[in-house]
Design a protein around this ligand. Structure first.
Ligand code: HEC
Ligand code: HEC
Ligand code: HEC
Ligand code: HEC
Ligand code: HEC
Ligand code: HEC
Ligand code: HEC
Length: 391
């Protein structure tokens, strides 16, 4: 081997080594699975902490963050889980009925707020108190209750679009074999725990503590230490106090990289890797905004590395349903012919077609048949007339 070739090999080995180190440094800024985050972080949304006393509850945050609390409480996320007795059920539901094979279902108000009656074709009947209502009702609602040493899930959901009951999505729809089976799908406690983890502020591993609805600490982590530190500082109104960012003892997602921020929302909405591993394909992926967004040319190195969920959504307010309201988010990066962007370094192309309602064409809605709802495709793109839903 010539000396030159030997040197070349050393250089190549060195370059490979650098590439590997570079890769290792970059992995923090790649999307990850939620399992990986749960394993490696002291706290992450849906992680069940052994000590529940580290939580303060959203109402405690309201003392100093009154404005954020007021609007957050109106969001669908805040109402995504309720006790059946909390007025969670739309009046229409009490009059709705459902038929599955030989079994006929009706509802009435019971001790806990919601009593389900099931009758078979021979007149045999039984009742169940449905304890928990999942879903704000904007899309749909599902019912869960404790029975034996596990839980039961209703065989039907309420769907806002239909204004009545239909089969629970993603479940086998075969006719139940017995009246007991017809009452509800048995689900083991460990599975029920995953439902609660994504629909609460915090839960204990034994489910004796369940704080329903997405609260401040669902995204910011346990807040008691922060609350006490701020009390010591004598703060009463966070909006009025001068931000010090000394040691706030609380997670501000703005301090994370854009990729980590999207993974944080993805802890409940699924990260792009969660979706790959669950094997969802085609239009089924439309429910998963992180996966879809990361396919868009607006995202990451293809587009703008600063793009996150909160570029368009205020996590402290109800979902905005007016297309025009999203224009500002698009125009923060894209120019229009008559309006150049301020941040010239990041200016992206202008649209040759329109100057408003950008999302109506570039983020179309797609109906998922068994969900009875049209979800928004977060893969921001040019949609050509007849093109099929791109993976
Ligand atoms: C006693 C008043 C008080 C209470 C109660 C309180 N906060 Fe704060 N919070 C503040 C003040 C003041 C700041 C601004 C501090 C700073 O920037 O240094 C702040 C800042 C924050 C920040 C931004 C931190 C940063 O690093 O930028 C977050 C997030 C936050 N609070 C969340 C919460 C949550 C969640 C709760 C309830 C668990 C809560 N706060 C309860 C007073 C309070
Ligand atoms: C702890 C779990 C959890 C986390 C973390 C979470 N979400 Fe949600 N989100 C939900 C659930 C559950 C719903 C369904 C609400 C319903 O029942 O209608 C939802 C609904 C939404 C909706 C539609 C309705 C609404 O409430 O506005 C938006 C938009 C949304 N989430 C954005 C976000 C963003 C952005 C983040 C990250 C900053 C985030 N979510 C983090 C659980 C979560
Ligand atoms: C990984 C977190 C996660 C788990 C686990 C989870 N959910 Fe959800 N759920 C969400 C999010 C996020 C939404 C809102 C966005 C959507 O529809 O995908 C939602 C929405 C819902 C809705 C409203 C309808 C809808 O699609 O918006 C119902 C009802 C519901 N979930 C029930 C359940 C039940 C029952 C379980 C357990 C069998 C469960 N969820 C498990 C995160 C989760
Ligand atoms: C769905 C997730 C989510 C929920 C729920 C949530 N936050 Fe936030 N919060 C964020 C994210 C993401 C940011 C950083 C980006 C931004 O400012 O929107 C943030 C920023 C903040 C900030 C600092 C910036 C500011 O606007 O002053 C404070 C303070 C705060 N949140 C308090 C709260 C309080 C109090 C609640 C409950 C009433 C709450 N948050 C609920 C996700 C959430
Ligand atoms: C954080 C900055 C940012 C935001 C916010 C943003 N984009 Fe983009 N977008 C880009 C960049 C950068 C590109 C790639 C370069 C280009 O095409 O100008 C891009 C590309 C595009 C493309 C071309 C896609 C293709 O397949 O060729 C469309 C269409 C688009 N964006 C529309 C939108 C719309 C509509 C919104 C608002 C819903 C939006 N963008 C929000 C930065 C952004
Ligand atoms: C470029 C803007 C933009 C970004 C970035 C964005 N969204 Fe959205 N999102 C929208 C629009 C527009 C809608 C539809 C609003 C309506 O109902 O008219 C929407 C709707 C939703 C909904 C309601 C269900 C649906 O599919 O219609 C959820 C949940 C949601 N977004 C979560 C997220 C999460 C989580 C992220 C980050 C991974 C994110 N969004 C990033 C613009 C955005
Ligand atoms: C009526 C539907 C419609 C609306 C509304 C709309 N667009 Fe477009 N946009 C299109 C179509 C169609 C194209 C592809 C044009 C072509 O290539 O012939 C396009 C192209 C683009 C491109 C790619 C331009 C390039 O040079 O590659 C960007 C970026 C874009 N739009 C952003 C936006 C933004 C930002 C808004 C809101 C201010 C918006 N669009 C509103 C239909 C629309």
């Amino acid at each position: 081997m010539s000396r030159f070739a030997a040197w070349l090999m050393v250089l190549v080995a060195f370059a490979l080594g650098l590439a590997v180190i570079g890769e290792a440094n970059n992995t923090a800024d790649q999307p990850h699975t939620t399992q990986e985050h749960l394993r490696s972080a002291a706290w992450w949304p849906t992680k069940q902490l052994p000590d529940q006393s580290v939580y303060a509850g959203s109402a405690a945050c309201a003392r100093c963050h009154a404005d954020l609390y007021a609007t957050q409480q109106q969001s669908q996320m805040a109402h995504t889980l309720k006790h059946a007795g909390q007025g969670a059920v739309t009046p229409g539901e009490l009059h709705a009925t459902y038929q599955l094979g030989d079994y006929h279902y009706t509802l009435s108000t019971g001790k806990s707020g919601l009593l389900m009656h099931v009758a078979d074709a021979h007149g045999a009947r039984t009742d169940a108190e449905m304890q928990w209502v999942f879903g704000s009702g904007d899309v749909g609602q599902s019912f869960l209750w404790q029975q034996g040493d596990g839980f039961r899930e209703s065989r039907f959901n309420y769907f806002a679009q239909l204004q009545t009951f239909a089969a629970t999505p993603g479940r086998l729809h075969g006719t139940p074999l017995s009246l007991d089976g017809a009452v509800g799908r048995p689900i083991a406690s460990f599975e029920a725990k995953t439902c609660f983890a994504c629909h609460t502020n915090n839960i204990s591993a034994d489910l004796t503590t369940i704080t329903p609805g997405i609260g401040c600490e669902s995204c910011h982590g346990p807040g008691r230490a922060h609350m006490q530190a701020m009390e010591q500082r004598g703060a009463t109104n966070a909006a009025a106090s001068k931000p010090q960012h000394l040691d706030a003892h609380i997670l501000n997602p703005d301090d994370m990289t854009p990729v980590q921020q999207v993974d944080l929302c993805g802890s409940c909405h699924s990260t792009s890797w969660d979706v790959r591993l669950m094997g969802a394909v085609g239009v089924q992926t439309v429910r998963f905004p992180a996966y879809r967004l990361q396919k868009s040319h607006c995202w990451g190195t293809k587009g703008d590395a600063r793009l996150v969920c909160t570029s368009c959504h205020d996590p402290h307010a109800p979902l905005e349903k007016n297309d025009v309201a999203y224009d500002a988010a698009c125009l923060a990066c894209h120019t229009t012919k008559d309006r150049p962007v301020k941040d010239v370094a990041h200016a992206a192309n202008a649209c040759p077609v329109a100057t408003s309602k950008c999302v109506s064409c570039h983020m179309p809605k797609n109906e998922l048949p068994e969900m009875h709802y049209a979800f928004t495709d977060h893969n921001i793109r040019i949609v050509r007339g007849t093109s099929a839903f791109p993976d």
